[in-house]
Design a protein around this ligand. Structure first.
Ligand code: NAP
Length: 119
């Protein structure tokens, strides 16, 4: 894929995160430009076996990826953002896939990341 230079990290790769991952791969996004995070080791192993994607911890994903697609359940979002929020610098693009969580929820918890795209 021409111009696919950014690394995209799916943070919390469950059903929707896996759909995003598989969709990107199907569209030609290079697997070496994708990262995934998972809470359970068995899920991490499953994702790597299925897609060849590198599964890393959340802070490594924040460090290495330019685009962070947050796809945890809404009830897990506060704990996740408590972990990664202070570490997300202003040059990252944060995309929320979390249905029902307003932009203000993220703005409070990602004080250094001013660019938004939410669902
Ligand atoms: N499913 C849909 O049709 C749909 C449609 C539109 C929008 N959404 C939105 O998409 C989001 C995800 O929904 P889903 O159905 O994909 O849920 P899901 O299958 O439960 O996926 C969320 C994943 O995030 C993982 N996770 C939670 N906390 C984490 C953390 N701190 N670090 C790393 N991984 C973590 C979970 O791990 P565990 O496996 O250990 O729980 C799970 O694998 C929700 O916010 C929902 O509102 C869903």
């Amino acid at each position: 894929m021409a111009g696919a230079v950014h690394t995209v990290a799916v943070i919390g790769t469950g059903k929707i995160g896996e759909l995003m991952l598989s969709g990107l791969l199907r569209s030609g996004w290079p697997v070496e430009r994708l990262l995934a995070t998972a809470r359970r080791p068995a899920r991490a192993e499953e994702l790597t076996a299925r897609y060849g994607v590198r599964v890393v911890d959340n802070l490594t994903a924040v460090d290495e990826a330019a685009v962070l697609a947050v796809s945890v359940k809404p009830q897990d979002a506060a704990a996740l953002l408590e972990e990664i929020g202070p570490k997300v610098p202003a040059d990252k693009l944060v995309i929320s896939l979390c249905a029902g969580l307003p932009t203000s929820f993220f703005a409070r918890r990602l004080p250094r990341a001013p660019r938004w795209s939410g669902s």
